[in-house]
Design a protein around this ligand. Sequence first.
Ligand code: SAH
Length: 217
Amino acid sequence: MFEDNYRHKGMRRQLIRTLVSKGINDEAVLKAVEAVPRHFFFEQAFLEHAYQDKAFPIGEGQTISQPYTVAVQTQLLNIKPGDKVLEIGTGSGYQCCILMELGANVFTIEYNKKLYDQAKVQLRSMGYRPHFHLGDGTKGWPTFAPYDKIIVTAGAPTVPEALIDQLTPGGILVIPVGGEDHQEMLRITKDSDGKLKTEKHDYFRFVPLVGKHGWRK
Ligand code: SAH
């Protein structure tokens, strides 16, 4: 296991300053980023990359999301302690740790067996205990539905219907939707009558969401 020393903490504070300069202003989100040692998700040789504001390969053609993207999605979710959160695309598990630092009870789904196995070991070693599921997140996770918040961390061609269905009244779904090149970040809020409101927030570039209601592999 890696150590988390003053140098790493200093690099993390520098990253926080970068996020603030890019417009992240939610104190709780910034605190969560400061709390999670992102370099634990990197091999020692790539330490320098851990606190740069960029995505990085995690194997299997996938990436750990850019810190700015993680911060934007988390900020849009407006996590309250105790929120039941469904995450589609566990990947490295980094985003999941940020959600847990904010006090969320996280249910996270990964499609790729190798990444699923890795993330389980990684998060356990760091002391995080979300509910892990190996499967197709475009169908949601009906067993534990509904969820207060749902976050999709891969680019979707359209909004999967199941995710809307599995959102609690008053709940929020944050999902990047668009082509394979770039996607618009949508925040969809379901009001107490089940009516939906969609806000659009900037463009990002995610790896594709695959599965039944994603991009076909
Ligand atoms: N949240 C991750 C980002 C991972 S990248 C992190 O913090 O590191 C997106 C992930 O979504 C990849 O691991 C990919 O395998 C996964 N994915 C793609 N389609 C999926 C689907 N239908 N269900 C679940 N996971 C999916």
